[in-house]
Design a protein around this ligand. Structure first.
Ligand code: A2P
Length: 273
């Protein structure tokens, strides 16, 4: 839990963060964040699009932990692709969280979720310029993107000044993100892994279960440890205190031969459902 990635600008990003996608606003989000902070998490991931920023912000403030010791990420909604829109959305996020500043702000996706694949190159550049300005003004400690592939990032690099500090992508056993991982590594962009448990589907995979038994850990712990050994920062989501604790107990090493077994698993469980 106390391991960090150091971003290109020197800012420290705790390696394991609590994911809050699909965590309901109100008690559910509030309690998940309170449990996480109580058990040592110092990295919470939310988004305007998750509609739970208010509860997340309140839980962070109520925790009694100094604000500067907690790394909080939020994201610009995927349909906002203008300079003015991005600036306004950032202010709304800050207000919802009731924070003075944000640690990390990401463009949620290269295209609106309602129009996946749409060419928004110009819009992403406009949004990025707003984020650069907010970063320079000290309102955000680091800026990045999410769900971007190498081409999407190249577009930003061509027209902007600051290289994204982070790219947050769906990453878990079976989902091949090799190209994006390699590209980000060459650019010094830290990769965060959302849905590290494959939204929970991987937990019933018999191969993962077998590896888990070998190390006397749970399948969830294998999934999270796998992401760490692939040099990404996993953001497991849970609303249950015991699981929130368990998901941090990953201080073991999966041997190369077992990593190879896990590498053989293929498929995106998000499409099985
Ligand atoms: P819950 O929130 O009810 O605990 P991902 O992070 O890949 O999106 O996966 C999240 C899913 O996995 C959620 O359904 C969550 O359920 C479940 N989950 C999270 N941690 C664990 C765990 N340690 N054991 C079993 N299920 C877990």
């Amino acid at each position: 839990l106390d391991q960090v990635f150091v971003l290109k600008n020197g800012v420290k990003l705790p390696k394991i963060g609590l994911g809050t996608w699909q965590v309901k606003d109100g008690d559910e989000a509030y309690n998940s964040v309170r449990y996480a902070l109580k058990h040592g998490y110092r990295h919470i991931d939310t988004a305007e699009g998750y509609r739970n920023e208010e509860s997340v912000g309140r839980a962070v403030r109520d925790s009694g932990i100094p604000r500067e010791e907690i790394f909080v990420t939020s994201k610009l909604e995927s349909h906002i692709k203008t300079y003015e829109g991005a600036k306004q959305a950032f202010e709304n996020t800050l207000k919802a969280l009731e924070f003075e500043y944000l640690d990390l702000f990401l463009i949620h996706a290269p295209w609106p979720w309602s129009e996946i694949g749409k060419d928004c190159r110009e819009g992403n550049v406009q949004a990025w310029k707003a984020m650069e300005e907010l970063y320079r003004a000290g309102k955000i400690r680091a800026i990045g993107v999410s769900n971007f592939d190498p081409n999407d990032i190249e577009n930003i690099l061509k027209h902007c000044e600051i290289i994204p500090h982070v790219n947050q992508i769906g990453y878990f056993i079976g989902l091949d993100q090799k190209k994006t991982l390699e590209y980000c590594e060459t650019k010094g962009i830290v990769v965060e892994a959302y849905s590290p448990l494959g939204i929970g589907y991987l937990l019933s995979n018999p191969i993962i279960d077998e590896v888990a038994q070998k190390y006397a850990v749970s399948p969830a712990q294998i999934c999270i440890r796998y992401c760490i050994q692939k040099n990404t920062a996993p953001l497991p989501k849970s609303t249950h205190e015991a699981r929130i604790i368990q998901n941090t107990q990953v201080d073991f090493e999966i041997k190369p031969e077992d990593m190879a077994i896990l590498d053989e698993i293929k498929g995106d469980p998000r499409r099985w459902s």
